[in-house]
Design a protein around this ligand. Structure first.
Ligand SMILES: [Mg+2]
Length: 319
């Protein structure tokens, strides 16, 4: 099938979302939990896929961020639509394989799924017994990008599925709102539109109608990037979802190249793989997969499957 120039660009940016996510995840993996100063002392600046380090894995190894995004993408591709129960089953299967990296909220919710709790209540139960400070991590944001590829031109679907998909493990309104807005920003970038305005407007309208939870904190964080006000303020490298979204939007949308965006994000340390992954999808959506360094992509084993899945999900939007 012949593609128009616009479609070729959209495909390259869709591929960029998922491959950028994997690049950021794998580049950040060896320096997860490190401070930016500790990274500087040991590596100077991390610009290559290093082996060993945190989690002691070979160079180019992806972590839970990409693994769980793959669970979602495989489910969408095989079912042709969102199926929360099937996605939850795939999370359980991944958990049973014994991943080397897993977040506390994710493992808590998956253990509830394993005891037979339903896909649309396990995350809420986990959230209800979590304390402020450990109840709004970035574990659903890091895996949510496939919805932006499958539903690029359908913000209603993006809102609905981002919220439901987050709540499988992360039911906090800040996590749900972050996933939805992030996916709308990615979809805007895939279409070659300026991000933010439509995403923020769509979310606020849905919140006024009571369709989605309000989250002033998430809106403030996004607005500070949109207005440029965040510059000069200290960006956070923690696993708090609002910080991860803000830091990643800043790096993903202000750097001059995809490589710079991902390198800047990862070298902050802290939750380096996830900040790298969330930034990487944004940078890949902005600059396209063709802008991602071959020396990174060639180290990652999953790129063929990712390309295949993106082609399948891309068809959802163009049908
Ligand atoms: Mg990880």
């Amino acid at each position: 099938m012949m593609m128009t120039a616009k479609e070729t660009d959209m495909m390259d940016r869709s591929l960029g979302v998922f491959l950028g996510l994997a690049c950021g995840d794998a580049l950040g993996r060896p320096v997860e939990f490190r401070t930016s100063h500790g990274i500087e002392d040991e590596y100077g600046t991390v610009t290559e896929m290093h082996g060993y380090g945190s989690h002691n894995q070979p160079a180019g190894t992806i972590t839970d961020d990409t693994d769980l995004a793959l669970c979602i993408a495989r489910s969408l591709a095989e079912n042709g639509e969102f199926d929360g129960e099937d996605i939850a089953d795939r999370f359980v299967g991944w958990y049973d394989d014994g991943p080397f990296d897993i977040g506390g909220t994710t493992s808590g919710a998956i253990r509830r799924l394993k005891t037979g709790e339903a896909w649309d209540s396990a995350g809420r139960s986990e959230w209800e017994q979590s304390n402020e400070g450990s109840n709004a991590g970035n574990g659903s944001l890091m895996r949510t990008a496939p919805y932006s590829i499958a539903y690029t031109d359908d913000f209603g679907a993006i809102l609905d599925y981002s919220l439901k998909s987050s709540a499988i493990t992360h039911a906090d309104p800040r996590c749900q709102a972050s996933c939805a807005i992030y996916n709308m920003v990615l979809a805007d970038l895939i279409q070659g539109n300026l991000p933010f305005d439509v995403a923020i407007g769509t979310y606020n309208l849905a919140a006024r109608k009571g369709d989605v939870p309000e989250s002033g904190e998430v809106m403030d964080a996004i607005t500070s990037v949109k207005t440029g006000e965040i510059q000069g303020r200290r960006l956070e490298n923690s696993g708090y979802v609002v910080s991860t979204l803000q830091t990643s939007l800043y790096h993903g949308l202000t750097a001059d190249t995809a490589e710079d965006a991902i390198v800047n994000a990862v070298n902050m340390g802290g939750d380096a793989d996830t900040i790298g992954a969330v930034t990487g999808a944004l940078a890949g959506a902005r600059f396209g997969a063709s802008s991602l360094p071959d020396r990174w992509l060639s180290e990652i084993d999953e790129t063929d499957e990712i390309r295949e899945l993106v082609h399948t999900l891309y068809e959802f939007s163009s049908n």
